[in-house]
Design a protein around this ligand. Structure first.
Ligand code: UD1
Ligand code: UDP
Length: 381
C-alpha cells in the first residue's frame, strides 16, 4: 500500500486536493492510503472548511493550525509541524500543490527527510521573483522527485532549468522524473460544473443577472498592499461600472477586505462602498464561484486559478498583473494582461465587449489528469 501524505493549507490547494482525493477513492482505494495534513494557512470557514464539505475532500488527519503571519515564521512553523508528522507516519511520498508557503514547507520538510516529493502543478513560472509564489515554486520544483506539469510551457520551463527528459529510474531528488499531464483544476471544473447549477439561486440572492456583471477577484499582495495599484484598480472598476452601467461582482478575499479601507483613498473607498453597481460579496464557496464564473460576462482577476477557470467556462479574462504563468491563454487571445493600468483595463473591456472570435483549444488535458497522476505515482515510486 502506497502511503501518501498530502500537504495543503490555502484555498486553491484544498480545491486541487479534491481532484486527487476523488481519483484515489474512486479508482485506487485498495492501493493508496492518503493522509491529509492541513497546515492551517487558511482557516476562516469560507476559506477552508466550506471546500472540504462541498467538494468531498476527506477531513485532514492533522491540522497544524499555523494561521497567518510573516513568511519566515509561518513557513518555519509549518516545516517543523510537517517534519514531526513525517517522522510519525513514515509516508511513501509527500504530495504538494502549486506555490504557496504550505507548498514550500512540505517540499523542504519532505526532501530533508529523504521522502520523495511529488509536486503537482510544477514548472509554472512568472519569472518575477518579487512574488513569494515564484520563490516557492522554483524551490519546491528543485527538491521534488516526481514533477507533474499542467502545460507544455511548464514542462519547457523545467527543461530550461536543467531537468532532463531522458532520465531513467530509479527516481530520486537527484534524478527526478518530469511529466506533462494536464491540469487537475480542469478535472474539477468538468466534475462540478453541473452541480453548480444548484447555486444559481445564489446569483439571484445577490441580484446578479446572467451576462450582466463582471466577476472580479483580487488578492495578490502586490495589489492589496500597494495603495497606488489598489487605487488604480478600483478607479478602473468605478469608471467602467458607471460609464457602461455594468455590475462588478467582487467576492472579497479576507486580505483584500482588510486592506481596502486602509489603502483606498477615502473618497474612492466611500464611492465604491456605496456604488449600486459594485457588489462586494464574502469569499464564495467553490460551487458558488463556478456559478459566478459561468454566468458572468467576463472576468477580471489577479488569481492564477481563476484565469484558468475563465477559460474552462469560455469567458474572456483580463489579468490584473504584469504577467502570468498561463501564457498560452494570452497567446491564444483568451486573456489580456492589463496590469493595474486604467486605460488598458478599459481598452480590454471594450475589446472583449465587441465579441471577438475566441477559440478554446485543449490546453489543460482531458479531464482525467488526477487519475493519470496517481497511476504514475504508483508506478514510479
Ligand atoms: C496565499 C498564497 C497565494 C495564494 C492565496 C490563495 C502564499 C505566500 N500566498 O495568499 O499564493 O494565491 O493564498 O488564496 O502562500 N486571512 C484571513 N483568513 C484566512 C486566511 C487569510 O483573514 O482564512 C488574511 C490574514 O489577514 C492574512 C492574509 O489574509 O494575513 C493573507 O493570508 P496568507 O495566507 O498569508 O496569504 P494569501 O494572500 O491568502
Ligand atoms: N475561489 C473560490 N471562492 C472565491 C475565490 C476563488 O472558491 O471567492 C476558487 C476559484 O474558483 C479557484 C481557486 O479558488 O478554484 C483559486 O484560488 P485563489 O484565487 O485563492 O488562489 P490562486 O489560484 O491565485 O493561487
Amino acid at each position: 500500500m502506497l502511503k501518501i501524505l498530502t500537504v495543503i493549507g490555502a484555498r486553491p490547494q484544498i480545491i486541487k486536493a479534491a481532484a486527487i482525493s476523488r481519483a484515489i477513492s474512486n479508482h485506487f482505494n485498495k492501493t493508496v492510503n492518503e493522509i491529509i495534513l492541513h497546515t492551517g494557512q487558511h482557516y476562516d470557514e469560507n476559506m477552508s472548511d466550506v471546500f472540504f464539505k462541498e467538494m468531498g475532500v476527506p477531513q485532514p488527519a492533522y491540522n497544524l493550525n499555523i494561521g497567518s503571519g510573516m513568511h519566515g515564521k509561518q513557513t518555519a512553523q509549518m516545516i517543523s509541524g510537517i517534519e514531526e508528522i513525517i517522522v510519525k507516519e513514515k509516508p511513501s511520498c509527500i504530495v504538494i500543490y502549486g506555490d504557496t508557503n504550505s507548498t514550500l514547507a512540505g517540499a523542504l520538510a519532505g526532501s530533508k527527510l529523504h521522502i520523495p516529493v511529488v509536486h503537482i502543478e510544477a514548472g509554472m513560472r512568472s519569472f518575477n521573483k518579487q512574488m513569494p509564489e515564484e520563490i516557492n515554486r522554483v524551490l519546491a520544483d528543485h527538491v521534488s522527485t516526481l514533477l507533474f506539469t499542467s502545460t507544455k510551457t511548464g514542462w519547457q520551463n523545467l527543461m530550461k532549468e536543467g531537468f532532463k527528459s531522458d532520465n531513467t529510474p530509479p527516481w530520486s531528488v537527484s534524478n527526478p522524473n518530469v511529466f506533462l499531464c494536464g491540469d487537475i483544476m480542469f478535472d474539477n471544473s468538468l466534475y462540478f460544473a453541473d452541480l453548480a447549477v444548484k447555486k444559481e439561486s445564489f446569483l439571484k440572492k445577490n441580484r446578479l443577472e446572467p451576462r450582466k456583471y463582471i466577476l472580479v477577484t483580487i488578492h495578490r499582495d502586490f495589489n492589496t498592499d500597494d495603495p497606488i495599484r489598489l487605487n488604480n484598480l478600483f478607479s478602473a472598476f468605478d469608471e467602467i461600472s458607471s460609464s457602461e452601467n455594468i455590475v462588478f461582482a467582487i467576492p472579497l478575499h479576507p486580505r483584500t477586505k482588510k486592506l481596502l479601507p486602509v489603502n483606498l483613498m477615502p473618497g474612492l473607498f466611500k464611492k465604491v462602498s456605496r456604488c449600486e453597481n459594485i457588489r462586494f460579496l464574502p469569499p464564495a464557496s467553490y460551487l458558488e464561484m463556478i456559478a459566478l464564473e459561468k454566468n458572468s460576462r467576463m472576468i477580471m482577476t489577479d488569481s492564477g486559478g481563476v484565469q484558468k477557470e475563465a477559460f474552462f467556462f469560455k469567458k474572456p479574462c483580463i489579468t490584473l498583473r504584469p504577467e502570468t504563468e498561463w501564457v498560452e491563454l494570452v497567446e491564444n487571445g483568451n486573456n489580456i494582461i492589463a496590469d493595474d493600468d486604467i486605460e488598458k483595463i478599459a481598452g480590454a473591456f471594450r475589446y472583449f465587449s465587441g465579441g471577438p472570435v475566441i477559440t478554446y483549444p485543449p490546453f489543460y488535458g482531458n479531464g482525467k489528469t488526477a487519475e493519470f497522476i496517481i497511476e504514475e505515482v504508483i508506478k514510479n515510486l
